[in-house]
Design a protein around this ligand. Structure first.
Ligand code: GDP
Ligand code: IMO
Ligand code: MG
Length: 436
């Protein structure tokens, strides 16, 4: 028997924006390495310290802990212009990461024509709009799969870059037409190298770094971006992102094996949100949905778009718990439900024939047929905002959480009652007990 690794993976269980940033920041104090392994600057992870909020897009959310080593793994996409802006913003706040940052030589870069293609598709008349973040994520991953991408390690050979980007660039030109305003390949490379210059010394072998770190007994925190329902295989395809944001992406995006995972903390809000198009059976298009959006400040960290809001959707979250083998839940934003006279929990869906099921359809058309089956709970009059122990929770809130845990088949490990680091608590007796 081998003993379990003490490394921890933090993964989103809904459609993103669950509060992963808060938990990664909170837990980073206990880990020596924090790793992003997929996604790009479509992610927006918010960290709040003493009321001051910082949004991180590509820099791992352990950044505020000076003793934390930051790793950008091979599965990540980098927009170097945005990355540099993020580093500058951190530096203005007195946070310097340059001496403790390693970027995988295998991580791919997002180029201007990827962004142009993403926005062209999304802007097309009545086309199959996904409601992407417009950051070039889909096209950059497509180029990677088509073997036409540029990796960070390639930046060490700038003289080869124009030839390397040409095949992909030409394809985008054909699609966008001769009138599209794109910089020339030479200009793209010149700008890329300008942004890359101070980062060249941070490029290296992140797989070897992580393996060596483990050998030395150092701990690793894996920071998921996006979430299971946005996973290209296990999400609500085609309304998904273009990476594997559930547990499988961690292995391909770091080069580590399953032995490197200790526990998996799945993050979910106490209700549901989604940005962009696609099925969301629990969506509330009424005043209750508007109130969730207003109280929860549900506007995108990356694009500022209003998020669609609804009651907690147990079937999707249970699917995500199972897909990731989540050992426990980071349940976030319970405080947003304070003051609602009633709180709903979607326990299953009825199809067009009236049949009730808690399983998810695998075909996009079948989602359109579903009506949510909602169980209502009495709300709580005493606020949960800032609550730091189980004994302080109102009885009604406890009843709601007990039902939620039972139906998603996972225990709560951390309950969050506000955006700041000290608003929330570790659930007694869970695997995080004693860790924070
Ligand atoms: P991420 O993408 O999963 O990191 O989540 P985002 O940062 O995009 O969105 C989560 C938002 O909720 C951020 O603005 C957080 O500051 C905020 N937040 C996190 N936990 C709590 C909580 O328990 N209560 C409240 N009210 N806000 C929270
Ligand atoms: P974090 O890490 C919420 C959504 C977009 C769109 C779909 C595809 O902050 O939780 P893309 O630009 O990736 O091709 O868009 O995925 N999306 C997110 N929604 N949180 C995110 O990240 C997201 N990243 C992508 O809104 O519906
Ligand atoms: Mg976010």
């Amino acid at each position: 028997m081998t003993h379990r690794s003490r490394n921890l993976a933090i993964l989103g269980l809904q459609w993103g924006d669950e509060g992963k940033g808060k938990l990664v920041d909170l837990l980073s104090a206990r880990f020596q390495n924090v790793v992003r392994f997929q996604g790009g600057n479509n992610a927006g992870h918010t960290v709040v310290v003493n009321g001051q909020s910082i949004a991180l897009h590509q820099v791992p959310s352990g950044a505020l802990h000076p003793e934390c080593f930051l790793v950008v793994g091979s599965g990540v996409l980098l927009n170097l212009e945005v990355f540099r802006q993020e580093l500058d913003r951190l530096s203005q706040r007195g946070v310097d990461v340059m001496g403790r940052l390693l970027i995988s030589a295998k991580a791919h870069v997002i180029l201007p024509h990827h962004i142009a293609l993403d926005q062209w598709r999304e802007g097309g008349a009545g086309a199959n709009k996904i409601g992407t973040t417009g950051r070039g994520i889909g096209p950059a991953y497509e180029m990677k799969a088509a073997r036409m991408g540029i990796r960070m390690g390639d930046l060490k050979h700038p003289e080869t870059l124009v030839d390397r980007i040409l095949p992909g660039y030409k394809e985008v030109r054909i699609l966008l037409g001769p009138d599209a305003s794109l910089p020339t390949p030479e200009a793209i490379v010149a700008q890329l190298m300008e942004f890359a210059k101070p980062l060249l010394s941070c490029i290296g072998d992140t797989q070897a770094h992580l393996m060596d770190a483990e050998k030395k007994g150092e701990s690793i925190l894996f920071e998921g971006a996006q979430a299971t329902l946005l996973d290209i295989d296990h999400g609500t395809y085609p309304f998904v992102t273009s990476s594997n944001c559930s547990i499988g992406g961690l292995f391909t995006g770091t080069g580590l094996s399953h032995k490197s995972i200790g526990n998996v903390l799945g993050v979910a809000k106490a209700y549901t949100t989604r940005v962009g198009a696609g099925p969301m059976p629990s969506e509330l298009l009424d005043a209750t949905g508007a109130r969730l959006r207003e109280v929860g400040r549900e506007f995108g960290t990356t694009t500022g778009r209003p998020r669609r809001c609804g009651w907690f959707d147990a079937p999707i979250t249970r699917h995500a718990v199972r897909t990731n083998g989540a050992d426990g839940l980071g349940l976030m934003k319970l405080d947003v439900l304070d003051g609602f006279p009633e709180v709903g929990l979607v326990i299953g869906y009825r199809n067009g024939h009236g049949e009730l099921s808690a399983n998810l359809p695998s075909c996009s058309q079948d989602w359109l047929d579903l009506t949510p089956e909602v169980r209502m709970f009495k709300g709580w009059s005493q606020p949960t905002r800032g609550v730091k122990s189980l004994s302080e929770l109102p009885t009604e809130a406890r009843g709601y959480l007990d039902a939620l845990m039972e139906i998603v088949e996972a225990p709560i490990a951390y309950l969050s009652t506000g955006p700041d680091r000290d608003e929330g608590f570790v659930w007694p007796g869970c695997f995080l007990d004693g860790v924070i």
